[in-house]
Design a binder for this molecule. Structure first.
Ligand code: BGC
Length: 560
């Protein structure tokens, strides 16, 4: 574990803050929530089959309440062949038996609400599963049928239709079209899939598709869901001309008509009581394009991937923070802050590398990692992130300081990226951030599965995680878990609003105030620096040197 001591217990110190004036007394919950991301197959296994499920999650809800989160976002739980860990949905109104039943989902929402935790679920509208009844009907119905019109079926190019309709590149590697065999046994049309072949893309120009998804939204809102995380949200609409070459992905990314979809979804959300929220997974490098999804009649928030991708570098982080705050203010939407999720390298590993940035197309698997340095930075980053105005995401295991598991045996890899990218050791996919959580004890499965489990966890857990279990960390005031618990509790009073950077701070130091009473200082340089303002330490990411010296890669929250 990182040797660290919490300098001052924050318990009972909330009253020392002067709460920043936000101008709004009752903020809707999503404007400043801490949202914990649950990857259900790796969170907690209730039935002993080595895969996490809703029964396991139910028993761990008190843990989340104690951690101090306002909401959970649950990755797809729908009936699915699991070709892409549930992002291939066969039935949007049923729970996969691997995870439980619809009754379990309803019970989960009810029990979470009783603990004051909102529930956001994942919706996957760009594509479905090849086992979805609509797609099966399209295969059976043949070329030119109304069933095929709900997807992107096209004849191939070339003399015998042997060439795919376009040469677009898929997100998982490999081609984006698959040729089918027609019901009469002849080689037939091709269908589009931006991801795996098991994930055919819907045709969002089709009225049935639009109506179906509005009905799915209502199905879950009726059952108490507080919102949706919208998967691959910028990709839904395609350029129907299907240009053969599309190097900039313009034929399927961020087309104007996609905004109509979210306008109608917003109307659905607003027809329900309470604040129901739409959260977009919109990976766009251009902040101005991103902001368009936040117009008042579209989504409520979007994930901040600009922040997630940013290196551990004061100047670059400050630029991203300023940019984020500016374009969100212009849009009238609250910013979000994300350090990691189920698709990217765990933050301890990323910050422990020489190049601390993240790029989805340029993974750094296998490069040297200094875990101690990575942990130290991840602790400081947690305080930086949670001091910023808006909502914050915590990906399960981030609060335990888990690292990317880079030595998963090839035979056990499950991410479709592994095969589709040609088993590339430098880019083996996303399994390393999806390893089941360690809860207790000193041996695998570390309390992830019940003691009488009949299967091992679906991915092997590092032995070293015995020191990183919830049980071990709960008893250690210097642990990452204790730091997250304290920070999540304290950030509650910070609310929404703005930040004011302190003038004249040394190079490599980020320092800002929130309102009159609170300041956050982070030292990203390689030397200790004197604290740039006087105040009482509420929380520090690591031990300080003396009263006023902030060591490298350390953050501090001050009551000033
Ligand atoms: C999800 C991924 C998933 C992909 C296809 C995403 O961006 O976060 O986990 O593989 O969409 O659905």
């Amino acid at each position: 574990m990182t040797p660290a001591r919490q300098l001052t217990s924050p318990v009972g110190q909330e009253s020392r803050f002067v709460v920043p004036e936000t101008g709004e007394r009752e903020l809707p919950w999503w404007r400043n929530a801490a949202i914990y991301q649950i990857y259900p197959r790796s969170f907690a296994d209730g039935d002993g089959d080595g895969v996490g499920d809703l029964a396991g999650l139910l028993t761990r809800l008190p843990y989340l309440a104690e951690l101090g989160v306002d909401a959970i976002w649950i990755n797809p739980w729908y009936a699915s062949p699991q070709a892409d860990a549930g992002y291939d949905v066969a039935d949007y109104r049923a729970i996969d038996p691997l995870f439980g039943s619809l009754a379990d989902a309803e019970e989960l929402i009810r029990r979470a609400h009783a603990l004051g935790i909102r529930v956001v679920i994942d919706i996957v509208p760009n594509h479905t599963s090849d086992q979805n009844p609509w797609f099966q009907a399209a295969l059976a119905a043949g070329p030119g049928s109304p069933e095929r019109a709900r997807f992107w079926f096209r004849p191939g190019r070339g003399e015998d239709g042997e060439l795919a309709p376009t040469e677009w590149h898929g997100f998982f590697g490999g081609p984006t079209w698959t040729r089918i065999t027609e019901p009469d046994g002849t080689p037939g049309e091709w269908y589009l899939h931006l991801f795996a072949p098991e994930q055919p893309d819907f045709n969002w120009d089709h009225e049935d598709v639009r109506a179906e998804f509005e009905s799915v939204l209502r199905f879950w809102f009726d059952r108490g869901a507080d919102g949706f995380r919208i998967d691959s949200a910028a990709l839904l609409v395609k350029d129907a001309a299907l240009p053969v070459q599309d190097p900039d992905e313009r034929a399927f990314t961020d087309l104007e008509a996609v905004h109509d979809v979210y306008r109608s979804w917003r109307r659905v959300a607003e027809s329900y009581d309470g604040a129901r929220v739409l959260i977009g997974e919109v990976w766009l490098p251009d902040a101005e394009r991103l902001a368009r999804y936040l117009r008042p009649d579209e989504m409520h928030t979007v994930f901040n991937f600009l922040y997630l991708e940013c290196a551990w570098d004061a100047e670059r982080l400050r630029a991203v923070i300023d940019d984020t705050l500016r374009f969100h203010q212009e849009a009238g939407a609250p910013p979000t802050w994300v350090l990691s999720n189920h698709d990217v390298d765990r933050v301890v590993t990323r910050y422990g590398r020489e190049d601390t940035s993240f790029a989805i197309y340029a993974r750094q698997h296998g490069r040297p990692v200094d875990l101690a340095r990575g942990s130290r930075r991840a602790r400081a980053a947690a305080l930086l992130t949670q001091a910023l105005p808006g909502s914050v995401y915590v990906y399960q295991g981030e609060e335990l300081g888990l690292w990317e598991v880079e030595d998963i045996p090839d035979a056990l890899r499950q991410d479709p990226m592994w095969e589709r990218k040609g088993r590339n050791p430098a880019d083996p996919g996303r399994d390393g951030c999806r390893v089941p959580l360690p809860w207790a004890g000193s041996e695998q499965p570390f309390g992830f599965s019940a003691p009488d489990a009949h299967r091992e966890p679906w991915l092997p857990q590092p032995e070293a995680w015995k020191e990183y279990t919830v049980e071990a960390q709960a008893a250690d005031a210097g642990s990452m878990l204790s730091l997250y618990r304290s920070a999540l509790r304290l950030r509650r009073v910070l609310g929404d609003g703005d930040i004011a950077w302190l003038a004249g701070t040394p190079e490599g130091v980020l320092a800002f105030r929130r309102g009159e009473g609170f300041a956050c200082v982070v030292n990203l340089s390689t030397e200790s620096v004197p604290l740039p303002l006087a105040g009482t330490v509420l929380l520090a990411s690591d031990e300080l040197r003396g009263e006023t010296d902030l060591p490298p890669d350390t953050a501090v929250w001050l009551s000033v």
